[in-house]
Design a binder for this molecule. Structure first.
Ligand code: GLV
Ligand code: MN
Ligand code: MN
Length: 414
């Protein structure tokens, strides 16, 4: 690796480990839900790291954190980088955190190498990339991009009925949510470092992926209201089992993803609850949450329509009432070709093997693409595993990503 970029891989590995301790789950799992005690403690710990590195910290009304390294020409728009630190239940320690702590290490490496940026460099730590608390992913970046209106965001409630307005106030995030939106020209570019969360780089033996496109995500939730009763006494012809209606819908989600003719189409029912939840009681109500994605917006729209129609048919046939709510239906994003080239050239200059690729997971970059030119830097992770406790990226792989990010920032801010 380029000796002029002194990435301290051991320090970064230590900090990733330290950040993982802020968790509601026992190690090695990490659970860090937006504005939970663990999240607030992690935020405070990170703020101290930014300030230690000489960065000026600002927190916006929804809790997005901006840590800024001033350039020699502060009139220029900053080059931004960053990611998220929230973690879904029983997740690993690398998703998002590599892009936050890695950005900090990139800044420290650039400083240590004597680099002085002309443009400011800003690390953005986005609020709630994960949908755990409010059912909607990329809350912070949606507001930054103006994709989610402040009035809609203010209505968000978590499963316990706690609203975003109360939770952010309790976390010390004040001010009007409408002020989160970034004005036009606020950033000159945005580059997010992230683990791939898929197996391709590892399989190909490559160090770096330069992301050209991010798949379109969409999600919906359904409440199914049937009729409960005694599991022994209610005979099968009399049943209106909400759980079975939900199960049939889950299979329709799989069918739509497999049968739509798009290799990138995926469909998941990752939330499935029934009430009353007793072995000897017919479920009277079921709740499911459906995640559908594709790189092709046309086949995604078709799959979404197919699943909704199937749900209506299944519920009508079973005598179950259906309540359907679309949570989000987002467009795919494309990277700026010149930023993809910059990442690829930066990697090659460091002697790292790279390839262009598609992100099938969503990221805050999806929404930053509406604000400024974007791309992402992917690094390999073991077996492509992510959203599970054994998620792992080797310190050397993380360091290669950080070096590529630092070199990219040097070229963009220099
Ligand atoms: C982000 O975590 C995603 O679900 O793609
Ligand atoms: Mn994630
Ligand atoms: Mn992530």
């Amino acid at each position: 690796m380029n000796a002029s970029l002194p990435v301290d891989s051991a320090r970064l590995a230590g900090e990733l480990e330290e950040l993982a301790q802020f968790s509601e789950a026992a190690p090695p799992a990490v659970t860090r839900v937006l504005f939970s005690e663990a999240d607030l403690a992690a935020r405070a710990w990170l703020r101290a790291r930014y300030e230690e590195a000489g960065l000026v910290v600002r927190v916006d009304p929804v809790g997005n954190v901006f840590a800024r390294w001033e350039g020699t020409d502060p009139s220029l728009a900053p080059v931004a980088t960053g990611s998220h630190i929230d973690a879904i239940p029983n997740a690993g320690r690398f998703d998002g955190t590599v892009g936050v702590l890695g950005a900090l290490e990139a800044v420290r490496a650039l400083r240590a190498a004597g680099f002085q940026p002309r443009r400011p460099i800003e690390i953005i730590q986005f609020t709630a990339e994960e949908p755990t608390r409010f059912g909607l992913g990329c809350l912070g970046s949606r507001l930054l991009a103006g994709t989610l209106a402040a009035e809609q965001a203010a209505l968000l409630r978590d499963p316990e009925g706690r609203g975003l307005e109360d939770l952010r106030a309790a976390a010390g995030c004040t001010g009007d949510l409408a002020a989160v939106r970034l004005p036009a020209g606020a950033c000159a570019g945005f580059v997010e470092l992230h683990i791939e969360q898929g197996p391709i780089l590892e399989r190909e033996g490559l160090a770096i992926g330069a992301v050209e496109k991010i798949a379109a995500p969409s999600s919906a939730r359904a409440r199914l209201i049937g009729e409960g009763g005694h599991a022994g006494a209610v005979l099968m012809p009399q049943r209106h089992d909400a759980g079975l209606a939900a199960a049939e819908i889950a299979l329709a989600v799989e069918r739509a993803a497999r049968g739509g003719g798009s290799a990138d189409a995926v469909g998941t029912v990752g939330v499935f609850r029934v009430a009353p939840g007793a072995i000897n009681s017919v479920p009277h109500t079921a709740w499911i949450e459906i995640d559908q994605r594709d790189t092709n917006p046309a086949t995604l729209a078709q799959a979404r329509g197919e699943v909704h129609r199937a749900a209506e048919e299944i519920c009508a046939r079973r005598g179950v009432q259906l309540e359907w709510e679309v949570i989000n239906a987002d467009e795919p994003a494309s990277s700026a070709p010149e930023l993809v080239d910059t990442v690829r050239e930066a990697a090659r200059a460091l002697g790292l093997r790279e390839m262009p690729m598609v992100s099938r997971a969503y990221h805050d970059t999806l929404f930053m693409a509406r604000v400024c030119p974007v791309t992402m830097i992917f690094i390999p992770c073991r077996n492509g595993w992510s959203h599970r406790p054994d998620e792992f990226a080797a310190p050397s792989a993380v360091a290669a990503g950080v070096a590529t990010l630092a070199e990219t920032l040097r070229r963009l801010a220099g």
